[in-house]
Design a protein around this ligand. Structure first.
Ligand code: NDP
Length: 296
């Protein structure tokens, strides 16, 4: 099996380089790659790459993920999150490849407090969410075999992440204020990559398993609960570490105005994914604990 991976150096892309390796011959590109175009702002180049390589599977982990900046760069966000995934889907259809793509809980409006199912009505609150939704729609309309995995609150050991920021602040201040009215599940890029590899194998054997799925770690928390878990776990793993923080105060989202509005309810119902692929999704704490053990 030949696999083309785009966005190889992002959080999920990096982990996919590991998890897709055993499935077959992997051609991994980023926007700076030479020889073959992996730049999602260059749809002509992308199409040429797919037609030349004729992969069995295309995995697109590249995206415009700067949620606030997207509000002032809607055209670029649209090109990368919607138009180019649409071009990839057409090219996938032309060569008979399976297209694997990632999307987000930000396609929802965040109302209510029950987990969103795949068929729930969408209602993005931001340019990022809108462009990710348009990407999904273009892929679904292309006729290409596809897997669209919507996920949430992604973190990875590599690069910056929310946990690292909280640990830095906890070392500097006695009191932190962290939002406690957005609910979701922190999901490790490693889990997303591993589940992707399992799902690809199954869809290649049984094309009827394709389509859209929600993929997130089990359980739920708030950013405030996530911050407290990170600090408590760091204290347990590394008692000698000097953390000044005494209080992680809960505040509403309105305390931190941002250009892009975030959904309050980011809970994703993962039943369809677990049942279709026979997979177990571990609770969010086990992945965060593991990430902290790696970085501390
Ligand atoms: P990252 O921001 O870590 O990675 C995105 C990658 O896309 C980066 O390597 C970036 O490269 C690359 N990229 C940006 N523009 C281009 C371009 N024009 N051409 C080629 N590559 C480009 O994101 P994640 O790994 O976290 O996200 C993976 C997927 O999951 C995305 O589809 C995202 O929308 C989705 N998702 C992410 C969530 C999160 O919390 N992060 C939550 C829910 C869904 P560079 O570094 O050079 O800019």
């Amino acid at each position: 099996m030949k696999i083309l991976l785009l966005g190889k150096n992002g959080q999920v892309g990096w982990e996919l380089q590991r998890s897709l390796g055993p499935l077959g011959e992997l051609v991994a590109l980023d926007r700076h790659s030479t020889g073959a175009c992996g730049d999602l702002s260059n749809p002509t180049g992308l199409r040429a790459t797919v037609l030349a390589l004729r992969p069995d599977v295309i995995v697109n982990a590249a995206a415009y993920t700067a949620v606030d900046r997207a509000q002032s760069e809607p055209d670029l966000a649209h090109a990368i999150n919607a138009a180019s995934p649409g071009v990839l889907a057409q090219a996938a259809q032309a060569v008979g490849a399976l297209l694997v793509h990632y999307s987000t809980d930000y396609v929802f409006d965040g109302s209510g407090n029950t987990p969103w199912r795949e068929d729930a009505a969408t209602g993005p609150l931001s340019v990022y969410g809108q462009t990710k939704l348009e990407g999904e729609q273009l892929i679904a309309a292309s006729g290409a075999r596809h897997l669209i995995l919507r996920t949430s609150w992604v973190y990875a050991a590599r690069g910056g992440n929310f946990g690292k920021t909280m640990l830095r602040l906890a070392g500097e201040r006695e009191r932190l204020t962290v939002i406690d009215d957005q609910f979701g599940a922190p999901t490790g890029a490693d889990l997303i990559a591993d589940v992707s590899a399992h799902a690809i194998r199954q869809v290649q054997r049984d094309p009827a398993c394709g389509g859209g799925y929600h993929l997130a770690a089990a359980g739920e928390t708030t950013w405030n609960g996530y911050a407290r878990f990170v600090i408590d776990t760091a204290r347990a793993l590394q008692p000698e570490r000097a953390l000044k923080v005494l209080e992680v105060a809960p505040v509403p989202t309105s305390a931190f105005p941002t250009p892009a509005q975030r959904p309050l309810n980011s809970r994703l119902d993962t039943t369809r994914l677990r049942q279709t692929f026979g997979l177990h999704l571990p609770d969010w704490q086990s992945g965060v604990r593991r990430m902290l053990a790696e970085i501390l």
